[in-house]
Design a protein around this ligand. Structure first.
Ligand code: HEC
Length: 178
């Protein structure tokens, strides 16, 4: 046994290492949310909300050339994030030890392990919603490329729902059932 022990140890290290390497390739939902999806969503609304004119429609005079250029970047980032999350290889809820937003302050808030369970239970459904995000990003790109207010308005009004539809299944389904 004395002789075997180090080998057992090395073997398990190797397996652990391989599992880590495989996981490292999987997109982390929280990282995507915090670094891309959320800031890009907010940046989009920061441009479109103040551009709404008295008649309730987007006013072309209220969107500058720089903002159209920014919208193009926002669209690309949302599209890329959607594509990343739409992977067939599985996603990770959060990095080890990370706390989710609201965890600890709201009793009913999900923890990363909860979200991971929701994700693992319905990977195809998650993918559908990630593809919706990708498509939305692509529409922002189209709107920005053509300076098309109709598309921008639709996408700006509908983005919230794209976020919410995924969150209610994979972030806080316990709240939806009430
Ligand atoms: C494909 C599914 C999906 C879409 C689409 C999506 N999210 Fe999320 N989001 C999640 C999941 C799952 C969590 C829970 C894990 C977590 O907290 O990161 C989450 C968490 C978050 C969080 C909390 C991050 C934290 O610190 O824990 C924010 C903020 C967020 N999303 C914003 C957005 C916004 C804004 C949009 C739309 C522009 C959006 N999300 C679209 C799946 C999605």
């Amino acid at each position: 046994m004395k002789f075997l022990a180090p080998w057992v140890c090395i073997a398990s290290l190797t397996i652990f290492g391989a599992a880590q390497a495989a996981d490292a390739a999987k997109p982390v939902v929280q990282v995507q949310m915090q670094t891309k999806v959320n800031p890009m969503g907010l940046a989009l609304w920061d441009i479109t909300n103040p551009a709404i004119g008295d008649d309730g429609n987007l006013d072309p005079k209220k969107i500058t050339a720089a903002q159209w250029a920014r919208l193009l970047e926002i669209g690309k980032a949302l599209e890329e994030s959607g594509r990343t999350l739409a992977t067939t290889g599985g996603v990770i809820a959060a990095l080890p030890g990370a706390k989710l937003q609201d965890e600890g302050t709201a009793a009913a808030a999900s923890k990363a392990a909860d979200v991971q369970r929701f994700l693992d239970a319905k990977p195809a459904v998650f993918r559908t919603h990630a593809l919706a995000l990708q498509k939305t990003g692509a529409s922002v790109v189209t709107a920005a490329t053509r300076k098309d207010l109709k598309i921008l308005s639709d996408v700006s009004n509908g983005l919230d729902e794209v976020c919410e539809k995924c969150h209610v299944i994979f972030w806080y389904p316990q709240l939806a059932k009430r």
